[in-house]
Design a protein around this ligand. Structure first.
Ligand SMILES: Nc1ncnc2c1ncn2[C@@H]1O[C@H](COP(=O)(O)OP(=O)(O)OP(=O)(O)O)[C@@H](O)[C@H]1O
Length: 860
């Protein structure tokens, strides 16, 4: 709820409705009208307003109850009311990469690691309007569910700031006919809009107060899907749209595009959901807040299980099983996989029989699928679906193209098995339909799907794969069983140029599962195969050989960190043999900075590192900006072949605190001595506070950590040679400089300090100057482009001779004038070691700088 709470002040429809009609009120009262006449006209008008208001209000009420019904169900058989668990949502920062340029290059904006893992970060920025919110999350992480919950809450009056909520689906783009207007888009295509008695009136109200409208775009698979909508439109189309948005001559694409470009309904609030892959620089430039659904924590998994298993015995055994199967437990971080794990646990399997990989998790599930119906018939239908699934993965599509003809039998089978789901893109439900829907719900019936897909409305129905994981699994079965182009299933196949581009999620999953299927439960695959047992086995063996050879031939030094992580997941899915091969080849220094780490990623990584350890290998890990959980850090630190590591300072401190509390001395010892922060580049304001906290521990000033292991200080602090403050969107200013000055004297190894472009003024530089003389090794100091004037320059000049190692000082582009420049130059005479002093700026009077430079050539 807080996502939207602060975005606009609460109001009521009556306020805005009266505002909406007030302009027409003026035009209705003609000045030529006589008194009496005017009175009676005003009377009719007021009656009109009342009925107008009533009709719009009725529509809103109907929309709410309709939405309530449609959003109650998370997926078939699971109700939000009973099964919803609050997912972990974090706020991320969007920032510019190159701050000194004005160019808007594609790379200028990037989504970087999580800035903070605060659950309530959504409360921040109170009062700042958030007109466009982007919700990111991988497949199955719960974006749609979160949106449904939000809609459900609106239907129960939890968002008084919005009179209207419309939900638009990315799949709507498959409707290509130019027959829509903004009005029909909102009132007919919004998947949660009810039937409307008087669309014109409702639409007028929407236009009159767009600030009270929330428009949600869901079902866009990747950021790049939005990106193509943001490309500029043809001029004519824009003019037409702005002139008359009621004309039914536009395509859904044109309308979506105009809304996203803020040409239509510019004042409304937009909530967009997407998977994080694909470039999104244009979109990110337009976004005010960026949220990420990070799935379930251990606690939420427990809550989910408690809701799922109502029988106490089953629940207890499910908890027990999950505890014993570490990887399965880690997979449950993804809500869709958590649900699947529960379905497997429901079968009351013994711990040994639980899935150990993603492939096995789906394998167990497929086994249920193929039980139904006539064996050979269902096998054939399943294989046809598998082929379709692979087509979709290749085309990066989570639905079956509308022009793709498929035998009805396959459709019905797919829907019956819960593999495909029919989605109606145009909801023109009559009141009668609504009543029927309600009746069915009350009676607990679900719609008869086989009939649905063949009904007259078929052209508006689209078949969607119910789950990305399942689609990938089926595609993998296809590649393994039928497809001759098995080679496509090997990772990192594409040419050097495409290599660095992030792979589509389904393709990555498919590749993992293909290799998983090669090694696990071969009998099950053979069941789908038409070859003889010997031929089948030979094919498998030769493919295993191909996979091993392919991995052996990879050039590990050319892989980007995300690919190294992908490989770890890949081999974990496959076999011990491949895993050992990987462990031998892993680079010693593993820099994952900026690569998101989920709990299963940590598990697979740990497995690979552990195997490396068995081969006598040691590793250095960089886990900054990976969003790794503290439990994940702890798991990796429990390995004894990690030489050094770095991660978010605040998280590492929390880990130390946990280890001290639990009395795990050995682990604490390792986590302290192996941690390093050099070179440190602070990019966010919170990093200053983190450093301060670390230095306080180093100085034994922390109340939380008092262990004897820390008595000699923190090696990471002692070994910091280079410190840079390159804050995005923000500056450290005098306040930050003040804080920094307090910790500087602990950084005894510091050689390079870069504080350029940080709005530091005289006050800040005075404090810094006092601390700088205590840094025995500092040889390079940059205060380039700050706000230091003569006073600050003088305080710097005063300490310069006391800085024994300084060789380079940069105070260029500040505000010092002749006096400051002269003091610095004078002081320079006593600093034999200094090689360069940069101090030019346009405030230094003409001639002064030149004279100083002539006197001392070190001045630049
Ligand atoms: N908060 C939640 N509480 C309980 N179950 C959840 C929650 N979020 C998701 N799920 C389960 O996971 C399934 C998948 O979630 P959802 O469809 O919302 O994911 P998504 O992020 O929209 O994925 P995709 O990108 O593939 O569309 C849901 O059908 C539901 O069973």
């Amino acid at each position: 709820a807080p996502i939207l709470m602060s975005s606009s002040p609460p109001g009521s429809l009556s306020d805005t409705a009266s505002k909406a009609v007030s302009s027409s009120c003026v035009s209705l009262r003609s000045p030529s009208c006589g008194e009496d006449h005017g009175h009676s006209q005003a009377f009719t008008f007021e009656t009109n307003i009342f009925s107008f208001l009533k009709r719009v209000k009725d529509y809103i009420q109907a929309a709410k109850s309709h939405m309530y019904q449609l959003c109650l169900e998370m997926e078939e058989g699971l109700s939000i009311m009973s099964h919803y668990v609050d997912p972990h949502v974090t706020q991320r920062e969007i920032y510019r990469l190159g701050k000194s340029t004005n160019k808007c290059s594609d790379k200028e904006f990037s989504i970087t690691g999580r800035t903070h893992r605060l659950k309530n970060s959504l409360h921040s920025n109170e009062g700042k309007s958030r007109r466009c919110i982007l919700l990111l999350g991988n497949a199955g992480m719960g974006k749609t569910t979160l949106i449904k919950k939000l809609c459900l809450d609106w239907s129960r009056d939890s968002f008084p700031q919005f009179d209207f909520v419309f939900l638009l689906d990315g799949k709507g783009l498959t409707l290509t006919e130019p027959v829509h207007s903004l009005q029909t888009l909102l009132l007919d295509l919004s998947s949660i809009a009810p039937c409307c008695v008087d669309p014109d009136e409702v639409y007028a109200q929407v236009l009159a107060a767009p600030k009270r409208v929330l428009l949600i775009f869901d079902g866009f698979d990747e950021l790049r899907d939005y990106e193509s909508l943001l490309q500029t439109q043809e001029k004519d189309c824009v003019t037409l749209l702005q002139k008359d948005s009621k004309m039914q001559t536009f395509t859904v694409r044109q309308l979506y595009s105009a809304i996203l470009q803020r040409l239509l309904l510019p004042g409304c609030t937009l909530l967009l959901s997407s998977r994080p892959r694909g470039a999104g620089s244009q979109l990110l430039r337009r976004v005010d807040a960026l949220l990420e659904v990070c799935g379930f924590t251990s606690d939420s998994i427990e809550t989910y299980l408690t809701h799922y298993f109502t029988d106490p015995d089953l629940r207890a055994s499910a908890f027990e099983c999950l505890k014993s199967s570490s990887y399965l437990h880690h997979l449950c971080w993804n809500p869709a996989l958590c649900r699947l794990a529960c379905m497997v646990l429901e079968q009351g399997r013994s711990s040994e029989d639980l899935p150990r990989t993603l492939t096995e998790l789906y394998d167990k599930n497929r086994h249920n699928l193929s039980k139904n119906g006539d064996e050979s018939d269902s096998k054939d239908l399943l294989l046809q679906l598998c082929a379709l699934a692979w087509e979709g993965v290749k085309a990066n599509s989570s639905s079956i193209p509308r022009d793709r003809t498929i035998p009805t039998k396959v459709k019905v089978f797919g829907m019956g098995m819960g593999i495909l789901h029919p989605q109606n893109l145009r909801r023109r439900l009559s009141n009668e339909d609504n009543r029927n829907l309600e009746k069915k719900r009350v009676e607990g019936q679900s719609e008869k799907k086989g009939k649905d897909i063949n009904s007259a409305d078929c052209k508006d129905l689209i078949l969607v794969w119910t789950c990305a994981f399942l689609q990938s699994y089926l595609a993998a079965v296809h590649l393994n069983v039928l497809d001759r182009s098995f080679l496509q299933a090997l990772p990192f196949q594409t040419g050097a140029k495409c290599r660095r581009r992030p792979k589509k999620e389904e393709l990555e999953l498919t590749q993992r599962i293909v290799v998983g299927l090669l090694y696990h439960k071969k009998e099950k695959l053979q069941h789908l195969h038409s070859q003889t047992e010997t031929v089948f086995r030979n094919t498998l063996t030769s493919r295993q050989g191909l996979a091993a050879k392919h991995l052996a031939g990879l050039s590990y030094s050319n892989l980007v960190p995300a690919q190294v992580l992908e490989l770890c997941n890949y081999v974990y899915e496959a076999s011990t043999k491949l895993a050992t091969q990987l462990a031998e080849n892993l680079p010693e220094s593993l820099r994952f900075n900026g690569v998101p780490f989920s709990p299963p990623d940590v598990f697979a990584m740990k497995d690979a590192l552990r195997r490396g350890g068995a081969e006598g290998r040691n590793f250095c890990l960089d886990l900054e900006n990976t969003g790794i959980q503290i439990s994940g850090l702890r798991a990796l630190m429990s390995l004894n072949n990690i030489n050094s590591f770095r991660a978010c300072i605040a998280d590492v401190i929390s880990l130390w605190e946990q280890l001290e509390q639990s009395g795990e001395e050995e682990l604490l010892q390792g986590a302290v001595s192996k941690f390093h922060i050099h070179p440190l580049k602070a990019t966010q304001v919170c990093h200053i506070a983190h450093l301060e906290k670390l230095v306080n521990i180093h100085m034994n000033k922390s109340s939380q950590l008092s262990h004897s292991i820390l008595a000699d200080g923190v090696p990471a602090v002692k070994d910091l040679h280079k410190l840079e403050f390159d804050l995005e969107e923000s500056k450290i200013e005098d306040e930050g400089a003040d804080k920094l000055a307090m910790v500087l004297d602990s950084l005894t190894s510091l050689e390079v300090l870069n504080l350029s472009q940080n709005c530091i003024g005289d006050h800040g530089v005075k404090k810094l100057a006092l601390a700088l003389k205590d840094l025995p090794k500092l040889h390079c100091l940059s205060l380039y482009s700050n706000e230091i004037s003569d006073e600050g320059a003088e305080s710097l000049a005063a300490v310069l001779p006391q800085m024994p190692s300084l060789t380079q000082l940069d105070v260029g582009y500040n505000k010092l004038q002749g006096v400051g420049a002269q003091s610095l130059a004078l002081s320079l005479r006593d600093c034999k070691k200094v090689k360069t002093l940069r101090m030019w700026n346009q405030c230094i009077p003409y001639g002064v700088f030149e004279r100083l430079q002539r006197q001392d050539s070190r001045i630049l």
